[in-house]
Ligand binder design. Structure first.
Ligand SMILES: O=P(O)(O)OC[C@@]1(O)O[C@H](CO)[C@@H](O)[C@@H]1O
Length: 390
């Protein structure tokens, strides 16, 4: 393995991480302000957060915050007093969402306690007419061969990470605008090989976004249970709202209701999931580490033990990928197996490319991407990967 590059910071103007802190976070604060009729106190807290995250320094959580100790262990003490731009980018982003929830009173006893500031946008996406069309497309899939169906559902889950639910049999076959293949790595055969139809496998699926990503994730789980490629699934979601649209347990229930009330194949999948939840073949977990500002290499013992017992852990999305391989600008040809060696048990990443971090490419693929797009392919979300370490 090449020398380990440093973790990404956000202190280089013009870089992708810098843009996230300098532009995306202020835009998220604007969006949250408009999401609900928060009172003056909440607006003042949002003003203070805006000033802190753009020009200020990391300030510790109030000592009586329920998770002050946890965050201290995760680095809040070490980074206090430093500019948000000078601490690891993974850390400052995570910190932003924790501070945002503090600003809107999510953890504070009172009327705003437990109100997800991102709920309006999550609901709008789930309720959009496009979702009906996409769920309707499942009926046509029922006429395809089991292998084609499976491939389409896997790709639905993969491309759902672009918040673009499409059960496209053609997803891997089309071209991006630059003429390069959409899939930059495809270990799907290895993924299927890990899940033969014996009904005994346990799948841990570490979810990412709610709505139009979570729906195809759930459909994939329903299909795997039905085909007995798995006997049990553990769905890991976030214990509180995070990275705008990350799925919480409430979002799982919303997605499930959307499915069970749909006609045709979508409704049937919804009922499969409902009964799997009631008889324990499907379990939802919200481990605190799911919102930790740390790589999975640092996961606590209880989570490590749980994932070690899984036949396969699938991690969805860009952020989970960054946490899986380390939030570093690796040479793209760094072997995926090397950077995931510390992960307990077989692991698969399903991700569209939305940040600079990438590993496991072959040299020819990297060269073609760079020739066609410079470095844009890393962050544009038009490329995706399926990587597996058995
Ligand atoms: O994890 P996800 O939902 O696929 O993507 C998260 C994301 O939008 O957030 C980060 C920037 O804020 C990037 O890693 C990535 O672009």
């Amino acid at each position: 393995m090449p020398a380990t590059p440093p973790v990404l910071l956000a202190n280089e103007p013009g870089s992708f991480p810098h843009g996230v802190l300098a532009e995306r976070h202020p835009a998220i604060i604007r969006q949250v302000r408009e999401a609900f009729p928060y009172g003056p106190e909440r607006h003042r807290a949002l003003d203070a957060l805006l000033a802190s995250c753009t020009e200020g320094v990391v300030e510790p959580l109030p000592a009586d915050a329920h998770d002050a100790g946890r965050w201290a262990a995760w680095g809040a003490g070490e980074f206090a007093g430093r500019s948000w731009f000078d601490v690891p980018w993974l850390w400052s982003e995570s910190w932003f969402y924790r501070r945002l929830l503090h600003a809107v009173g999510y953890f504070t006893p009172g009327p705003w306690q437990g109100i997800d500031p991102f709920r309006p946008s999550k609901s709008a996406e789930l309720d959009a007419p496009g979702t009906d069309q996409e769920l309707g497309a499942l009926d046509a899939l029922a006429e395809r061969s089991p292998d084609e169906r499976e491939r389409a559902l896997l790709h639905g889950s993969l491309w759902g990470n672009r918040a673009d639910l499409g059960f496209r049999l053609s997803a891997a076959d089309g071209d991006t605008p630059s003429g390069t293949p959409p899939l930059v790595a495809d270990d799907s055969e290895a993924l299927w090989a890990l899940l033969p139809p014996t009904g005994t496998a346990t799948l841990c699926l570490i979810a990412d976004n709610a709505g139009r990503e979570l729906v195809p994730d759930l459909l994939l789980v329903a299909h795997l249970l039905t085909r007995r490629r798995i006997g049990r699934a553990v769905l890991h979601v976030k214990p509180y709202p995070y990275y705008v649209s990350d799925a919480t347990h409430a979002d799982v229930l919303d997605a499930l209701r959307r499915l069970t009330s749909a006609p045709g194949a979508a409704g049937a999948h919804g009922r499969t999931l409902w009964s799997a939840l009631t008889d324990g073949r499907l379990v939802v977990r919200a481990h605190p580490f799911s919102c930790a500002p740390l790589p999975y290499a640092d996961m606590p013992g209880d989570l490590r033990e749980e994932l070690a017992g899984a036949t396969l852990t699938v991690l969805k999305g860009d952020l989970n990928y960054r946490r899986l391989v380390g939030d570093r600008r690796w040479p793209p040809t760094t072997p995926f197996a090397d950077v995931t060696a510390a992960f307990p048990g077989p692991v698969a990443a399903l991700r569209t490319l939305k940040s600079d971090v990438i590993t496991g490419l072959d040299a020819a693929t990297e060269a073609a991407l760079v020739a066609a797009e410079g470095q844009k392919w890393r962050t544009s979300g038009t490329h995706a990967l399926i990587q597996v370490r058995g």
